[in-house]
Design a protein around this ligand. Structure first.
Ligand code: CP
Ligand code: NVA
Length: 309
């Protein structure tokens, strides 16, 4: 079994295997309805337990569909419904019980400590469904969407992130190193990525170009990606932070600097960082992006269960 916690811990070969398996499986589902099971029911009888310390729409539903389409089942918990959440049971005991009843555990949490401790104590695969520093299933699925639409390897494209240095960006940095593509960032200086993350990337051959001017980052882009300025775990002064980002909004004017056939991606939910006109334009592929989470996460699950061919 394998955990899926941070993209930097997955080999480049396995990341490519996940992406190509997802492509094959997506094609085979063209005429199947939502809950029909993939041929061979590869995860028949398996239970994925999902736990959310904080809200989710897409991650919850896409993992639900993913395990169902592979022939397994899912149970979704909110941490405040458990003894762990109320402080009446240790994480170690909770992990033992989850490993006794379930076959895989997906966790969305505000705490990297919790992720690390579950990883240490679980006897079943752990999937990170978003933590303060990582949103690996989102970033991997976004690479799938880009290559699907552009029909080119990601390394041949100019990929630009305009926005905060958050969990989605950190996973994107991880995968840029693993799949060897250059990443351009447009971000106010005060919110540049953490030095440890950048040092890790540079040391491992990553090429991250950072600009505090969004126009410089976006010029000639093939793909522009953005995300909320205020993330779920942000304990900042929201008004102040939004002010820093006021010149980093994805507007029609800004995106005109990108290539004509540039696409726009956003993991959702959205905020004021993107103009409605851009978000609903032909360039925006956000709905296809959201749907692809199902396809990619199926292959992530198979990877975790050592069933990826
Ligand atoms: N993109 C994403 O992870 O959405 P949710 O927060 O709705 O799961
Ligand atoms: N960066 C965002 C992603 C939400 C899916 C957050 O952490 O809130």
């Amino acid at each position: 079994m394998k955990h899926f916690v941070n993209l930097k811990d997955v080999s480049s070969k396995d990341l490519r295997k996940i992406l190509s398996d997802a492509k094959k499986r997506k094609k085979l589902r063209e005429n199947l309805s939502t809950l029909e099971v993939d041929k061979g029911s590869p995860l028949k009888g398996k239970l994925l337990i999902q736990m959310f310390d904080k809200p989710s729409l897409r991650t919850r539903l896409s993992f639900h569909l993913a395990i169902k389409q592979l022939g397994g089942n899912t149970l979704t918990l909110r941490s405040n419904e458990l003894h762990l959440g109320k402080g009446g049971e240790s994480l170690e005991d909770t992990a033992k019980i989850l490993s006794t009843y379930g076959d895989a555990f997906m966790l969305r949490t505000d705490s990297e400590y919790k992720i690390e401790n579950f990883k240490k104590n679980l006897k079943i695969p752990l999937i990170n469904g978003l933590s303060p520093n990582s949103h690996p299933s989102q970033a991997l699925s976004d690479i799938f969407t880009i290559e699907e639409i552009k029909n080119k390897p990601i390394s041949k494209l100019k990929i630009v992130w305009v926005g905060d240095s958050n969990n989605v960006l950190y996973s994107l940095i991880d995968i840029s190193v693993k799949l060897k593509f250059e990443l351009y960032l447009g971000c106010p200086k005060k919110f540049y990525p953490n030095k440890l993350v950048l040092n890790w990337a540079t040391k491992n051959g990553g090429k991250i170009h950072i600009f505090d001017d969004p126009k410089k980052a976006v010029t000639d882009a093939d793909v522009v990606i953005s995300d909320k300025v205020i993330s779920l775990n942000d304990k900042v002064n929201k008004k102040k932070k939004l002010k820093y980002f006021r010149f980093f909004k994805i507007t029609e004017k800004l995106i005109k600097l990108a290539k004509n056939d540039c696409i726009f991606l956003h993991c959702l939910p959205r905020g004021a960082e993107v103009e409605e006109k851009v978000f609903l334009s032909k360039k925006s592929k956000v709905w296809q992006q959201a749907l692809n989470r199902v396809h990619v996460q199926k292959s992530i699950l198979l990877y975790c269960f050592d069933k990826l061919r």
